[in-house]
Design a protein. Structure first.
Length: 124
């Protein structure tokens, strides 16, 4: 299994806004950086290269000392639908008036089942 880390374009970078270096993600989750890297490999988190030496993860993906509930399942569905890291980030962070807000904002607000259902519809 290869590490799923992409280069990011400026538009997607700006959509996301706040990022955390992988070492900080590990610290917040109580994991080593190596174990945090494993979360990227397992597609439980998404990470990108933004010019630094280590991958960075959207800050909203971390809720206290855990990954936001419902995010890993949604990431799996997006990956299974053919979305790469950057396309997944764009989809998650693009405003959707029917939610309201973006899919990631809805996930963070506890509406992950609805977002996952929408992600599943992308495959059909």
């Amino acid at each position: 299994m290869t590490l799923s880390v992409a280069q990011i374009d400026r538009e997607t970078d700006e959509l996301v806004g706040e990022w955390l270096p992988l070492s900080e993600v590990g610290r917040r989750l109580g994991l080593s950086t190596g174990r945090a890297k494993q979360l990227l490999k397992e597609k439980k988190l998404l990470g990108v290269r933004r010019g630094g030496s280590e991958p960075e993860v959207p800050a909203i993906f971390i809720d206290g000392d855990d990954v936001v509930k419902g995010l890993p399942g949604t990431l799996t569905v997006l990956s299974d639908s053919g979305y790469d890291v950057v396309a997944s980030l764009r989809w998650l962070f693009t405003a959707d008036d029917s939610l309201p807000g973006s899919p990631i904002a809805a996930i963070a607000a506890g509406r992950h089942t609805e977002v996952k259902r929408r992600a599943q519809a992308l495959a059909f």
